[in-house]
Design a protein around this ligand. Structure first.
Ligand SMILES: [Zn+2]
Length: 264
């Protein structure tokens, strides 16, 4: 059964960060894509994080129109990012539907060795430069180091995934020309600080994402998230930015196409 009457369909949107490659979603990809289309989420990036995640992201992107792959090693999985993994990733990044390196960055919430994380982060930044691809950044409790590294390495094109920091941090990233991607966190009651941050960023640097199966937006908080629910992130963020949901869907889709697909 269709979710929307054809006359009431929301404007098409782009989920900039989702994990259809995660075990929770991977075995039902066609069903999740069909539901995403009912919500008018017509483009999305499936984001890798380790060897299996990257392989799956690539396969899903190759099989489906409007689905792109982002490949990398998330901080938690950097202990596995050895020479062989680097060689494989280097080769995979040349595939047609790969649009960025990531997710990579620093996560000081978990006890993964900081030096190991840093080494892998720097190596992936190097790869992104070599391949002329943007970098998708995972930052958790590590703003100072993430910001310093990106600045020192003169990274030109970066996307801060699931931005959940302060107004000042948002501004600092935006001043470097980076995109900030907002997830279901903006819909959470206590996330007033994140909503305030969204207001200080130029509209053409804002993206939306689900980070499915994680971070389900209200009214579905706590459930297994899916790409279609980008719709709920857009609805809430649009209210915060005092604009219509259709406008925000259109603008963030254009931004994502510019960031990842080089559409001007
Ligand atoms: Zn993610």
């Amino acid at each position: 059964m269709a979710i929307y009457h054809p006359n009431e369909q929301p404007a098409p949107s782009y989920d900039s960060h989702t994990h259809l490659n995660d075990d929770e979603l991977y075995f039902d990809v066609p069903a999740y894509l069909a539901r995403a289309h009912e919500f008018q989420v017509v483009e999305m990036n499936v984001v890798g994080y380790n060897a299996v995640g990257n392989q799956r992201a690539l396969a899903i992107a190759e099989e489906n129109d409007g689905v792109y792959a982002i490949l990398g090693y998330q901080p938690e999985d950097t202990p596995d990012f050895d020479e062989a993994a680097l060689a494989t990733l280097t080769e995979q990044l040349d595939q047609d539907k790969v649009v960025a390196v990531g997710e990579t960055g620093l996560d000081y919430h978990f006890d993964t060795d900081k030096d190991v994380q840093m080494k892998a982060f720097l190596a992936q930044i190097g790869l992104a430069k070599e391949k002329d691809l943007p970098v998708v950044i995972h930052n958790r409790e590590a703003f100072d180091d993430v910001y310093r590294v990106l600045k020192e390495q003169q990274v030109k094109k970066a996307i801060i995934h699931s931005f959940s920091g302060t107004k000042e941090q948002a501004k600092a990233f935006a001043d470097l020309g980076y995109y900030l991607s907002f997830s279901g966190v903006v819909t959470f009651k206590k996330a007033e600080e994140v909503r305030e941050a969204a207001k200080v960023i130029p509209l053409d640097q804002i993206l939306v994402e689900t980070d499915a199966p994680y971070l389900a937006p209200s009214p579905n908080r706590g459930k297994r998230n899916e790409p279609g629910w980008t719709k709920f992130v857009i609805d809430d963020l649009a209210k915060t930015l005092s604009m219509s949901a259709d406008d925000l869907a259109t603008r963030t889709k254009q931004n994502a196409e510019r960031a990842f697909l080089n559409h001007d």
